[in-house]
Design a protein around this ligand. Structure first.
Ligand code: SF4
Length: 217
């Protein structure tokens, strides 16, 4: 059975997995430590710790393996116009990535936003390229940085401070609206090459400040 979520701040529904458990790219390959953007990930704090929020994400980890899953998703999205994959988690398995591709191909009336770090694994490059080629899909490659460093790619995102926003980025203004997207759809917009999310919360701001102090970023 499909379990979609709808965060009150988002203008659309989402299909998600448990953060970190399904985020193999969240760790530095050499040290095993969480990369800066994933350390203190929002999806491991606050409401995301509640059982009723965790349960559908844990359920989804097995559910996508059903043979009928893609058919069910296509049917479920019949009336959706925007969709966000991975409010938490990532497309950790190449078979899941291929199924998501199938869903996106069969739902051209839906604008899909797919944030991911799986570009770090070469075996995902073909499926990511096919997703990016679809007119209704934005694959937004997430930088590991919390100080505004941008990675290469046609549509990417980074976390920044107000002082380290990249010059070519569109700043996510949700932090000025209690986290709400309101009318903004920049994340779904293929013409927006970089979205910069302003770090917030005491722990994130402290880590950003410390990093800037030590590296001069
Ligand atoms: S940039 Fe716009 S669409 Fe993306 S999260 Fe922020 S408010 Fe929402």
């Amino acid at each position: 059975m499909l379990k979609l979520s709808k965060a009150s701040k988002m203008p659309c529904r989402s299909w998600s997995l448990q953060a970190l458990d399904t985020c193999p790219a969240s760790r530095d390959r050499d040290t095993g430590a969480l990369v800066p953007a994933c350390s203190g990930c929002y999806a491991t704090t606050g409401n995301y710790r509640f059982k009723n929020v965790k349960a559908p994400r844990e359920h989804n980890r097995d559910d996508w393996k059903r043979p009928e899953w893609a058919d069910d998703m296509v049917r479920e999205l019949d009336n959706d116009r925007y969709f966000r994959w991975f409010d938490s988690g990532d497309m950790y398995d190449i078979r899941l990535a291929r199924k998501i591709l199938e869903v996106c191909e069969r739902t051209p009336w839906v604008k899909h936003w797919i944030p991911t770090r799986m570009y770090k694994f070469s075996k995902f490059s073909v499926v990511l390229a096919r997703l990016e080629a679809l007119p209704n899909v934005v694959v937004r490659l997430s930088s590991d940085s919390i100080t505004g460093e941008v990675i290469s790619g046609s549509t990417t995102s980074t976390i920044a401070t107000l002082d380290t926003v990249p010059s070519d980025a569109v700043v996510c203004e949700a932090y000025t609206r209690e986290g709400k997207c309101a009318d903004c759809r920049a994340c779904w917009d293929k013409t927006v090459s970089v979205v910069a999310y302003i770090g917030h919360g005491r722990s994130m701001v402290k880590r950003q400040t410390d990093l800037i102090a030590t590296t001069g970023a």
